[in-house]
Design a protein around this ligand. Structure first.
Ligand code: FPP
Length: 278
């Protein structure tokens, strides 16, 4: 999937609703409309992967009525939107644990994933019962179970393999995050994509999620495009020459390719539970 990998912490539903004298559930309902608008706008803005934080593993601690309403909303969203996703080339996948979700929701998730599997315009990843720390712990267990010798390779090679393992513990083949947006005025990551966000550009907006729309996403992508991503390097003194930072970044995988290949071979035989069956 080409294009940017953008992710959104969709915060502010509750405050949006309370400010209008409505229930928090009404805020989540309005939030689902903002999801529709955002998914529609993303491909036209150069976004290839969109990861949305719909329900964190810590959200189980919310009042049972709110948890129940969110779960019903997710199921209803999948039931209502799968057809449109197929038409618009949107591939839907849900990342996070599934063993604590109701059977009816899991079946709806599987059916949406099957129906949209061929979508190539946008890869929509919805994080449900997701915890980045848990994904990292699962990847660490998996690395530990790798045959002896794998950890004796270079740090860079190990890091590359570990990235793959973390991705596999969420969903295979997701590239690192480019842009992370959080709505609702708070400035924290809340256990979302901690590994993948190592070099993500962070954008925090006061806009409450139910008010978020195509223009806000466009603003965020515009700001992202103006940021200089240095990945720990320095900006070229003359602003060019040899392709600058982008070219240098392109070199990194080549430098560690052989170590990575060996490590990949080393860990590929290991058997560790996946995200959906942790
Ligand atoms: C955080 O806002 C939001 C959530 C925990 C739920 C997000 C869910 C949706 C946007 C709707 C359903 C999602 C999909 C993909 C259909 P909050 O309620 O914590 O807001 P607050 O900080 O104002 O209380």
């Amino acid at each position: 999937m080409s294009g940017l990998h953008a992710a959104i912490i969709m915060d502010g539903n509750g405050r949006w609703a309370v400010a209008r004298g409505r229930s928090r559930t009404a805020g989540h309902l309005a939030g689902a409309d903002a999801v529709r608008r955002t998914v529609e706008a993303a491909p036209g803005l150069g976004i290839g992967i969109l990861t949305l934080y719909a329900f964190s593993s810590d959200n189980w601690r919310r009042p049972p009525e709110e948890v129940g309403a969110l779960m019903r909303l997710l199921r209803r969203y999948l039931m209502a939107e799968t057809g449109r996703c197929v038409e618009n080339g949107v591939r839907v996948q849900v990342i996070g644990r599934r063993d604590r979700l109701a059977g009816a929701l899991v079946r709806e998730i599987e059916s949406a994933e099957r129906a949209t599997a061929r979508g190539e315009k946008l890869w929509l990843r919805i994080a449900v019962d997701y915890s980045a720390r848990d994904a990292i712990v699962r990847a660490a267990r998996r690395l530990a179970a790798a045959p002896a010798g794998a950890d004796a390779e270079s740090d860079a090679g190990s890091r590359e393999v570990f990235s793959r393992l973390v991705a596999e513990c969420s969903e295979p083949h997701a590239q690192d995050l480019d842009l992370l947006i959080r709505t609702g005025g708070e400035k924290r990551l809340s256990d979302f994509l901690l590994w993948e966000a190592a070099y993500a550009e962070l954008i925090f907006t006061d806009r409450m999620w139910p008010d978020f729309g195509a223009a806000d996403l466009e603003d965020a992508v515009r700001e992202f495009r103006h940021r200089e991503r240095r990945f720990g390097m320095v900006a070229p003194a003359n602003g060019g020459g040899g392709g600058g930072i982008a070219a240098a970044v392109g070199q990194i995988p080549r430098d560690i390719r052989s170590a990575t290949a060996r490590l990949k071979r080393a860990v590929s035989g290991s058997s560790v539970p996946s995200a959906s069956n942790p």
